[in-house]
Design a protein around this ligand. Structure first.
Ligand SMILES: [Zn+2]
Length: 398
């Protein structure tokens, strides 16, 4: 990938982006920090590994940005929060957990070769994290910037959601440094997503001696799978996909229990509501069978309206950059659903998220960091203007 001219040298129509983003962004230094973070290994749910990873993230933040990074303990491991102080105006959101179990590093050590960095978590999303830290480091004035690095994004963000929402409300604009879409595209929309677990309860009996005395949970589950699959409306972006099922105990026993797991993706709040209501209303087909449903659509959809303003700014900063709406969720879903301007996919350029062929394009790191720096600067300029005009405040207080 070829590098375009530095963002600091570009002035979009009617907008002055000659900013305080002039400091050099050093790809070698970013790679050194990336190596440090990758070599910790930080699988979700491994509390010891996440504690070590959080301390390391905090050390990198403090080393590059000064100040203090706070560790916020949670049942999912520590989240890390750094704030420059001043009137909060931009929240950069990332996560330090990865999907790769301990030991992946031994198999796939951190390597830079042929313009690509590889190793567990380089693309999703330690690379984006490092780029964001160096982006903020390149700003002469960092006031109003906050960086929140959570420990549980890959497992649903249950322990970080309220913190993300609180800081997003305080800041009023959110940049999510998840990996980019194909070709470096920003993520301008995300489907809402969730998982449902359906348990069917029947009654066991001998399949040879008295099959009629049983209530076959597997047969009931088969009815339910078809009913559930019919809830999908792919034409408007709703997919409802039964993914895992199990039933029964032994060859000659009428099964007393069956379970079905279902992946759901929706593009609108109305569809979230419709699908959740439909799951709650699932009814048994067999007499005496029983159905219970757990789960829901935990991440609401991130509508493209939430990213439109920030995406327009990004296109001024980096003409030609694309935007794409994707099916996968992120922490941007939460902030966008609150109506807070949110732009995602600002992290690493690369591919292979969650897979062994994951990689990061080294040649794009500096450009992406400059993009984040330019966005932070532009958002703060707008924020300060609004403060001066609308609320009579005297601008930044740090
Ligand atoms: Zn991620």
């Amino acid at each position: 990938m070829t590098l375009r001219k530095p963002i600091g040298s570009h002035s979009g129509p009617g907008t002055d982006f000659d900013t305080d983003t002039g400091s050099t962004i050093d790809t070698g230094a970013m790679l050194a920090d990336l190596r440090t973070l990758v070599e910790i290994e930080s699988p979700s749910r491994d509390l010891d590994a996440l504690a070590a990873s959080a301390r390391t993230v905090a050390a990198v933040l403090e080393d590059r940005l000064g100040g203090r990074a706070a560790l916020i303990e949670s049942e999912a491991g520590p989240h890390v929060h750094w704030s420059a102080g001043g009137d909060p105006s931009v929240l950069i959101v990332g996560h330090h957990d990865t999907v790769f179990p301990l030991g992946t590093l031994a198999r796939r050590p951190f390597t830079v070769e042929n313009g690509r960095a590889t190793g567990p978590g380089v693309f999703d999303m330690l690379g984006g994290l490092v780029q964001a830290i160096h982006a903020v480091a390149s700003l002469d004035d960092r006031s109003g910037v906050e960086i929140l690095v959570t420990a549980d994004e890959e497992v649903g963000s249950h322990s970080s959601r309220s913190l993300i929402e609180e800081r997003a409300r305080a800041c009023g604009a959110v940049l999510v440094v998840e990996g980019a879409g194909d070709g470096g595209a920003l993520k301008t929309g995300r489907k809402g997503c969730g998982t449902f677990h359906v348990t069917v309860t029947g009654r066991a009996s001998h399949a040879g001696l008295e099959p009629a005395a049983g209530v076959n949970a597997l047969v009931e589950a088969a009815h339910q799978v078809l009913d559930i699959a019919a809830l999908g409306r792919p034409g408007i972006g709703t997919t409802v996909t039964p993914t895992v099922a199990s039933a029964g105990t032994l060859d000659n026993v009428v099964p007393a229990e069956a379970t079905i797991t279902v992946d759901v993706r929706v593009e609108t709040a109305a569809e979230k509501e419709r699908v959740e209501t439909a799951f709650a209303a699932l009814a048994p087909h067999l007499d005496e069978a029983d159905i219970t449903v757990r789960g829901g659509i935990g991440r609401p959809p991130m509508p493209e309206s939430a990213s439109a303003g920030l995406f327009a700014l990004a296109k001024q900063l980096l003409p030609g950059i694309g935007g794409v709406a994707v099916g996968g969720g992120s922490d941007g879903n939460f902030t966008a659903a609150l109506g807070i301007p949110t732009l995602d996919g600002l992290g690493a350029v690369g591919g292979g998220a969650h897979a062994d062929h994951e990689y990061l394009v080294v040649g794009a790191m500096a450009e992406r960091a400059r993009l984040v720096a330019g966005l932070v600067h532009a958002i703060r300029s707008v924020h300060d203007d609004c403060d001066d005009r609308g609320q009579g405040r005297s601008g930044r207080d740090a």
